[in-house]
Design a protein around this ligand. Sequence first.
Ligand code: ZN
Length: 242
Amino acid sequence: MRYAIISDIHSNLEALETVLKLIEKEHIDKIFCLGDVVGYGPFPNECLNLVKQNCEVILTGNHDFACIEKSELLYFNQFAKEAIEWTVTQLSDETLREIANLPLEHKGDNYCLVHSNPYAPSSWDYILSIDDAIFNFSKFNEQLCFIGHSHQPIIYIENRDANYSFTTDRELEIKEGHRYIINVGSVGQPRDNNPKSAFGIFDTQTRSYQLKRISYDIHKTYDAMRSFGLPEFLAERIFVGR
Ligand code: ZN
C-alpha cells in the first residue's frame, strides 16, 4: 500500500489542489489528513470539501476544533484568532457539526495518526525536541506515528537499543526494530523557511517514507487572503515559509 499523509492545509486551496495533483501521479492507495484543514487561509469550505472527497481518514486539528470550541481561542495569537473568527462566519451549521465529529486519532496495523502528539492529542502539545519525542515514544505501541501541527517536517527515530536521534532527510528506510515519529509538514503554511507545500508518502511494500515538496501559486492565495480581509501578517508569511 502507498499512503499519502497530508496535514495543516489551513484553507489554502491553491496549495491543496497542487498537492492532490501530485498525489494522483504517485499511485497512492489512500490519503490520510492529519487535521487543521481550516484556519489562517481564505477557502475553508472548498478545502473541507476536497479533503472529504479525497481522504480516507480526516482528523481534527486545533484550528478545526477552535471553530466549534470557542474557549480554544484563548491559546491562539491575535492573527490566528481573527482568522478563525472569520472562518466560522463562512461555515454552515452542518459543516460545523461535521467538524465537531472529526476524530483526534486513528490507528492502522503498524502506524498511528494524530495531529499534535500521541500522548494526549487534545492537549495540542507540540513535539519539538528529542525529549518531547522520547516521552511520546512511550505513549504509543505502533512502529510509526505520523504527526503535523508544528508545520516543520522532521523524523524522530528510536532504534532497537532505545537510542534516539532525528533527521530532516527526505528519504527514510523504515527498519525493523526501529520506531519513528514523523512530522509530514504543512500543505498550506510551511514554517521551515521553505514556502513549498509539504506532505509525506509511506510505502508499506518498500518499507520507505518520502517527504515531498512542491511549489504552488502563492500569489493566488495571498490575493484571496487580502481581498477577504484576512490579516496581512498571515498572508505575507506564506511567501517565506515561516
Ligand atoms: Zn496547523
